[in-house]
Write a protein that binds this ligand. Structure first.
Ligand code: NAD
Length: 332
């Protein structure tokens, strides 16, 4: 079996590439332009002879020679900091990138899975959110470049399924966290962990009463793998229904890290959703999936990963710089 994973050098994509190899996929082609991902995320997979990393922007095209059995489309900036920095590239990868990935799958008769998002529900007025809810998205707000790109990507995927008979599936991913998130990517879990480990003020937006439901990455990846093996089109929600307020989360992370950071409130970003919780009845019924990692276990594993990296980074920076660098002299 041979799979093509766009955005495979990102946070979720890199975990997914590893899981595919474990699941017996002989060939995994990871395609990424590294706008928010990094080859470092898949460095441990390079020793697998079936793993290939290709630097490519999927908005320009996606051609892969040889057989392709599965196409997983993860490519897209995903954190608000990233997509607000790259709004046009985010719209392009949701539109043209998705079309190229769908064309590749259709040309090879491969199963296609789109990584969509709970952001398609916007600031939801129905709680928890079932797949049948059409959402409450501000189409012209700052977040619309991401939300509408994903909604368009879903519409395009359904059009390929209905009009071209393509074998497609859509998963709507709710907040996912775990090792390999970038400490500065602006998402709530890495931000709070980084601040707690540094002893810096831990920033909570608004009054901290807004909620998210946090899923550990291993569980999420298992759900996507099940969607890949299924034949249903979806969309199917994948997420952990355990809902937590942002203030509770900050206290939780402070306790688990043993940090003495103070918790400070900062303004709420525009159009920030107030509540988020997936209804996962469909995933349970159709995929036999539900998350099995407790949020606390997931947080501990993520904190351990961040702490280990911090130690390695600070032990590297502790190495005295060469004398010429310290004195600011030019090195010939
Ligand atoms: P990420 O930013 O770590 O990964 C995205 C990857 O896509 C990066 O490696 C990036 O370099 C790559 N990419 C972006 N544009 C590209 C392009 N034009 N061509 C090739 N590669 C490109 O984000 P993530 O959290 O791993 O998210 C992966 C996918 O899952 C995204 O599609 C995101 O929308 C979706 N998702 C994630 C979450 C979450 O909580 N992490 C929630 C909902 C949906």
């Amino acid at each position: 079996m041979r799979a093509v994973v766009t955005g495979g050098a990102g946070f979720i994509g890199s975990h997914f590439c590893g899981r595919l190899l474990e699941a017996g996929y002989g060939d995994v082609v990871c395609v990424d332009n590294f706008v928010t991902g990094s080859p470092e995320n898949v460095a441990h997979l390079m020793r697998h002879e079936g793993f290939r990393l290709v630097g490519c922007d999927v908005t320009h095209g996606l051609e892969v020679e040889g057989p392709v059995d599965a196409v997983l489309h993860f490519a897209s900036p995903a954190s608000p900091v990233d997509y607000l920095r790259h709004p046009l590239a985010t719209l392009r990868v949701g539109a043209e990138g998705t079309r190229h990935a769908l064309e590749l799958a259709a040309a090879h008769g491969a199963r296609f899975v789109l990584a969509s998002t709970s952001e398609t529900y916007g600031d939801p007025q129905v709680h928890p959110q079932p797949e049948s809810y059409w959402g409450n998205v501000n189409p012209v707000g700052p977040r619309s470049c991401y939300d509408e790109a994903k909604r368009y990507a879903e519409a395009l995927t359904m059009a390929y399924r209905r009009s071209r008979g393509a074998d497609t599936g859509i998963v709507r991913i709710f907040n996912t966290f775990g090792p390999r998130m970038r400490p500065g990517d602006g998402r709530v879990v890495p931000t709070l962990i980084r601040q707690a480990l540094e002893g810096a003020p831990m920033t909570v937006t608004g009054d901290g009463s807004q909620t998210r439901s946090l899923c550990f990455v291993d569980d999420l990846v298992d759900g996507v793998l099940r969607m890949l093996s299924a034949s249903i089109g979806g969309p199917v929600n994948l997420g952990n229904p355990h809902e937590v307020t942002m203030l509770e989360l900050a206290h939780w992370i402070r306790r688990l890290t043993g940090s003495r950071s103070e918790i400070v409130m900062v303004p709420l970003p525009t159009d920030d959703p107030k509540r988020r919780r997936p209804d996962i009845s469909l995933a349970r019924r159709e995929l036999g999936w539900e998350p099995w990692t407790s949020v606390e276990d997931g947080l501990l594993r993520t904190i351990e990963w961040f702490a280990d990296r911090r130690e390695r980074v600070s032990s590297l920076t502790d190495v005295p710089a060469p004398a010429s660098h310290r004195s600011g002299l030019a090195v010939s």
